[in-house]
Write a protein that binds this ligand. Structure first.
Ligand code: SF4
Ligand code: MG
Length: 333
């Protein structure tokens, strides 16, 4: 396995005033391997979109590193180096309509990256590339002369995918690419993304708000809560042996009709709202809603640890020094 990206203690804070900041992403670390789909999951407002954008350098990082093939994306770069990154790393947006310029033809939208990076030597070559891309995503040449509003949601997402592919990227952040689409169309877009991954060896960071959505496409999954990573594991491990109480709760909320999810666990209901990312709880951020919270959880922030091989978690239940309280409670029950 080759690490394509290493994300190290990445933070993105948005200042509110001189004293406060919205800590959208507050120190996350994980790797993304070449050719895999890494699913990033969490409730809305947990920072997953901000994480995706900061990884792509659409936002400047407040702290930390994003190493792409060993080179920090956020480090000082010449404009030539920046261009190289912009070409290698692309984004597919949640709302394809909002991300497509309504006054441009589909042809010109798709060709934007080709023009910026000078990837076509002539008008004919440019058109040839655009037509190939249209076909690749299941559209046809004639569609190139039309405008975004003439297309359905699913077709617009195909246009967004063609635009991302135009510069031959290696890594794509797909930010809830199917959430806004009809259920009947979702599978088509997912299948297209999978096909493209196989053909082109693409690596995806696939952002979604619930675990059932990323289950079938992700090799590994990361669960975010309030700007922090709660757990990262292979899809198999995460779905069958979730460690973090938050992951367990998210999984127990997936409808029972899903036969692959183990049902031996009781349903865990998390109560209350997600606290504000401006003033997150001390200690463990999940403690205000965690059914297993201990005294230590308010005082000490759980460390991000590789608990078993390739299975990362941030929770005191998996720390020998802190889980006595939990064990004692279990013994009484
Ligand atoms: Fe729950 Fe404590 Fe673990 Fe946080 S550290 S998830 S509050 S048990
Ligand atoms: Mg979002």
């Amino acid at each position: 396995r080759e690490k394509l990206l290493e994300i190290k203690d990445l933070k993105k804070h948005f200042p509110m005033d001189s004293k406060t900041a919205l800590k959208a992403v507050d120190g996350i670390s994980f790797d993304i391997y070449r050719g895999e789909t890494f699913g990033l999951v969490g409730e809305s407002g947990c920072g997953k979109s901000t994480a995706g954008r900061t990884i792509l350098r659409l936002y400047e990082a407040s702290n930390g590193e994003v190493d792409f093939q060993g080179d920090d994306v956020h480090g000082k770069k010449s404009s030539k180096e920046l261009k190289k990154f912009n070409r290698s790393m692309q984004m597919i947006f949640q709302d394809p309509y909002a991300s497509l310029n309504p006054r441009m033809t589909v042809k010109d939208i798709i060709a934007e990256g080709i023009d910026i990076h000078g990837l076509a030597k002539s008008k004919q070559e440019r058109l040839k590339r655009v037509n190939e891309l249209l076909e690749t995503v299941g559209l046809n040449q004639e569609h190139g002369n039309r405008y975004p509003h003439e297309f359905s949601g699913g077709q617009r997402q195909r246009i967004g995918i063609a635009r991302a592919l135009a510069v031959d990227p290696e890594f794509i952040v797909a930010d809830e690419p199917i959430s806004a689409l009809d259920v009947s169309i979702q599978a088509q877009v997912v299948n297209l993304l999978k096909k493209l991954q196989e053909e082109r060896g693409l690596t995806y960071l696939f952002i979604a708000h619930d675990l059932s959505m990323v289950k079938h496409i992700s090799d590994r999954v990361g669960v975010m809560y309030l700007g922090k990573m709660a757990e990262v594991a292979s899809s198999d491990d995460l779905y069958h042996e979730p460690l973090h109480p938050y992951t367990q709760a998210l999984l127990s909320a997936i409808p029972i009709s899903d036969p692959e999810v183990e049902r031996s666990r009781e349903r865990i209901v998390i109560e209350g709202d997600v606290p504000s990312p401006i003033a997150p709880p001390t200690g463990c951020r999940f403690r205000t809603r965690c059914p297993l919270a201990m005294d230590v959880c308010a005082k000490v922030e759980p460390e991000w640890q590789e608990y078993t091989k390739d299975h990362w978690v941030a929770c005191h239940l998996y720390n020998e020094n802190y889980n006595d309280e939990h064990k004692a409670r279990e013994a009484v029950q």
